[in-house]
Design a protein around this ligand. Structure first.
Ligand code: 5RP
Ligand code: CO
Length: 233
């Protein structure tokens, strides 16, 4: 079992990178996905779905996910920032999601939502806002394939990382290790080369990054900068 003071994961274990398509050029979605799927590309594509209710912003939904699925074999990691996600899990699974992550604040029945995702044959993820106590996800830690620590208040790309998130990653790493869970521990929001190494050392196994990947020199360069600090060039 890892303690908070020792490195939470063996250094040789690689960290997945999941660029958030929210920051890509939607007019060139196919090309953007080809870059992510090519050499020096991404492990997963992170798909941010916002409903204008759970979060104060709208992004995109089923047609964009279907289009991405048609042109890319990448793992589609769908982050549902929507109220009562149970209503739409089947539709997102049908549109090509490989993993579906739901917010614990968005449903009164998190066990049921996680069970439904698994029944659909998809990887089930649970996430929580920065202001939600970690205890809210503890009852389902043994049931999920992924736990996502939101390190910004969800709804927008390009926000600053909330520093207290690092300790939340450490705690969740410890809890997952204590129950022998191999679930992915993902972090989303304000991830940059300045904090990626610390997040990996805290026990994160998958980093989502939007604005840090889609800089002026393109996604491949952004991914290379993150891999460099992770020692995985
Ligand atoms: O879920 C999200 C926002 O709610 C996005 O995945 C996240 O903001 C990524 O963008 P950035 O790396 O620029 O913060
Ligand atoms: Co996201």
């Amino acid at each position: 079992m890892n303690s908070a003071s020792s490195p939470a994961r063996p250094p040789e274990r690689s960290v997945k990178l999941a660029p958030s398509l929210l920051s890509c050029d939607f007019s060139r979605l196919g090309e953007e996905l080809a870059v992510l799927g090519g050499e020096g590309g991404a492990d997963w594509a992170h798909v941010d779905v916002m409903d204008g209710l759970f979060v104060p912003n709208l992004s995109f939904g089923l047609p964009i996910l279907s289009a991405a699925r048609r042109v890319s074999p990448l793992f589609m990691d769908v982050h549902l920032m929507i109220e009562r996600p149970e209503r739409l899990l089947r539709d997102f699974a049908g549109a090509g999601a490989d993993g579906l992550t739901v917010h614990v604040e968005a449903t009164a029945h998190i066990h049921r939502a996680v069970g439904q995702i698994k029944e659909l044959g998809k990887r089930a993820g649970v996430t929580l806002n920065p202001g939600t106590p970690l205890e809210a996800v503890r009852p389902v830690l043994g049931d999920v394939d992924l736990v996502l620590v939101m390190s910004v208040n969800p709804g927008f790309g390009g926000q600053r990382f909330i520093p207290g998130s690092l300790e939340r990653v450490r705690t969740l790493r410890r809890w997952l290790d204590e129950i022998g869970s191999a679930a992915e521990l993902q972090v989303d929001g304000g991830v940059t080369p300045a904090n990626a190494r610390a997040l990996a050392d805290a026990g994160a196994s998958c980093l989502v990054a939007g604005s840090a990947v889609y800089g002026p020199d393109g996604a491949r360069a952004g991914l290379a900068r993150l891999r460099a600090v992770l020692g995985e060039n």
